[in-house]
Design a binder for this molecule. Structure first.
Ligand SMILES: Cc1cc2nc3c(=O)[nH]c(=O)nc-3n(C[C@H](O)[C@H](O)[C@H](O)COP(=O)(O)OP(=O)(O)OC[C@H]3O[C@@H](n4cnc5c(N)ncnc54)[C@H](O)[C@@H]3O)c2cc1C
Length: 553
């Protein structure tokens, strides 16, 4: 028998792109709503995101700019088997048709709802910029203007002139959080859901949740339903390794952390009461931003589109902004043993977008046939490891010299780099540098003579004008002028693209294919739908919120 500490009709877990719309729409439908958030701050990854929102299907913004789109076209695009990346991986082939149909049919109403609840989209034609996996047929990408809101990663608003043109997640989440409060949602930060309550363990209705709040265990009853909007699983090492055994602890630079984590707590709690997972191919498919090349080096959180500034409220946790690499000719990348592994100028996986397949013919095998094959294996080479039987690839270090620092105009000291936790080292010689590289993920010491040999060989490639090891296009700069530097440049994890099995109503489904009464999920914790980001989260949040509020209590 559970002792309830508080109760509401609907209990929502997570204050991000799924949870806040879900809670607000449920409240507006007449349900009482408690929303719990694990962090002391609200907004999840959505508030640090780029705020690029792919909503189409015939929105008023599309109509205003003469773009003809329909729900059928959105559905067709996002289930097109023939769309493949240059490495052969399909973006949409394994999407669940029922889930994508529900998404497509709710694009326009979600767009209208967001605008009605304070989101200001930049007043320009929808385009293809910023978002990924949005379909080929027509432009759909909308951009959230930050207005006066402070950005999570800088702690400051953008310049006056950019407030209606810049795109950022603060412009998406702050107005929606305000709307949730105005609607009367009871928002509870620092309440971490630790378990779901179900009538008979793994059968019957979901009755509420257990939370941890400042060391206390509390139970919150949900008279109608619980909605999971916990943001995915890619931050949980054991969980993510079910999909890809290589993703061991050293991939610690999750995009969006340390604002919030993607710790799989929603998935694990739901699985404990019988839920199934869904669409698992999408998690390992080599497309999009799931695994990314570090863009900022010398810090733990090096996601290419996010540099934490000293005035951010989480900077004490992020510890460094990183050094943005403008030209990968300025560094070599080596593994834990000081060996190069690929051409440093190589990129990450790509993703499908408006116009990214020339002469796109929906559903035609010619789409796949006309793609020029390019294995684009930088990420796989980085994760290949050192052949010592470990699954993870180990740390990747960018090695460079004082002249590279000058060319890039870097300032190689805090707050740009994280020396305290061992994500950045400096030394007067290459051998001394290798000897200094000691930190928790460097499971073997880097042999100084190996790094010296790697640098000498690379310098000989610069002399010869050709990289005969990895084909880096015309290696340009020797690494020869002290001091020398080693900066953390290990791949960064981003999206979760598989999660709990849901149906078109966003109800969670169990291992027998039956609905778990009173349990809903959306966003990155839900499976079956390979699409990056905010649009599917907001759409599914609204679907879940409406249906949860309509349940009998
Ligand atoms: C740097 C960056 C840039 C991005 N740019 C874009 C973009 O331009 N366009 C786009 O479409 N997408 C973008 N994304 C992706 C987008 O932000 C996410 O897909 C989206 O926010 C996911 O929404 P969600 O509701 O599933 O999770 P989130 O928005 O992350 O919200 C989940 C919330 O649940 C909380 N939570 C987790 N576990 C618990 C628990 N046990 N108890 C209580 N609370 C819990 C978390 O703390 C978090 O606040 C970006 C992401 C990042 C990190």
């Amino acid at each position: 028998m559970v002792t309830w500490n508080s109760e509401a009709d609907v209990v929502v877990i997570g204050s991000g792109a799924t949870g806040i719309p879900a809670a607000t729409v449920a409240r507006e439908a007449g349900a009482s709503v408690i929303l719990v958030e694990a962090q002391p701050r609200l907004g999840g990854h959505a508030i640090v995101s780029g705020g690029n929102v792919p909503l189409g299907g015939g929105t008023s913004a599309q109509k205003k700019h003469g773009i003809h789109d329909t729900p059928d076209l959105v559905f067709q695009d996002l289930t097109d088997w023939s769309v493949v990346q240059p490495n052969g991986f399909p973006d949409y082939r394994y999407n669940d048709r029922e889930i994508v149909r529900a998404f497509a049919d709710n694009n326009v109403s979600t767009y209208d709802w967001l605008v009605a609840h304070g989101v200001t989209f930049a007043d320009k034609a929808p385009d293809e910029r910023g978002g990924i996996s949005v379909g080929n047929s027509v432009p759909r990408e909308m951009h959230c203007a930050p207005l006066h809101w402070p950005l999570a990663h800088t702690g400051k608003p953008v310049d006056e002139a950019q407030r209606k043109t810049y795109s950022i997640g603060a412009g998406f989440m702050y107005p929606l959080i305000d709307a949730a409060r105005q609607a009367g949602v009871d928002i509870r930060p620092e309440h971490r859901m630790t378990a779901l309550h179900r009538e008979n363990g793994t059968s019957g209705r979901i009755t509420g949740i257990e939370v941890e709040h400042r060391g206390m265990r509390l139970n919150i009853q949900a008279r109608k339903a619980v909605i999971i909007g916990t943001g995915g699983s890619i931050g949980n090492v054991n969980f993510r390794r079910m999909f890809d055994p290589r993703l061991t602890e050293e991939y610690c630079g999750l995009a969006g952390m340390p604002w919030s984590d993607q710790d799989a707590s929603g998935e694990i709690a739901a699985m404990a009461v019988g839920a199934a997972l869904w669409g698992l191919f999408n998690q390992t498919g080599e497309f999009g931003y799931g695994l990314t090349k570090a863009g900022h080096i010398g810090c733990q959180y090096g996601y290419r589109h996010l540099a934490w500034g000293p005035e951010s409220e989480v900077f004490a946790l992020a510890r460094a902004s990183g050094l943005w690499v403008a030209d990968w000719q300025n560094v070599i990348l080596v593994n834990m043993l000081g060996r190069r592994f690929y051409a440093e100028t190589g990129g990450q996986f790509t993703a499908n977008n408006y116009n990214s397949i020339a002469t796109y013919v929906p559903g035609s095998y010619l789409n796949a046939k006309n793609i020029k094959y390019d294995p684009n294996n930088f990420i796989n080479a980085a994760m290949a490891g050192i052949g010592d039987g470990h699954n993870g690839g180990g740390p990747i270090w960018a090695i460079f010299d004082a002249e590279a620092v000058a060319r890039e105009k870097w300032v190689p000291k805090p707050p740009f780099v994280d020396m305290a936790e061992g994500f950045f080292f400096v030394a007067e010689s290459i051998t001394e540098l290798a000897a200094k590289i000691r930190m928790k993920y460097q499971r073997l010491p880097m042999p100084p003579e190996q790094l010296a040999a790697t640098v000498a060989r690379y310098n000989s490639f610069v002399d010869a004008g050709e990289d005969t090891d990895f084909g880096k296009p015309q290696p340009r700069y020797k690494i020869a002028t002290p001091p020398f530097y080693a900066a953390w440049a290990t791949p960064v994890l981003h999206d979760t693209r598989a999660g709990l099995r849901i149906n078109a109503r966003c109800q969670v489904i169990d291992m027998q294919g039956a609905v778990i009464p009173g349990l809903y999920c959306g966003g990155e914790s839900a499976g079956g739908f390979s699409q990056h980001g905010l649009a599917r989260c907001a759409v599914q949040g609204l679907i879940a919120g409406r249906n949860a509020a309509a349940e009998a209590s």
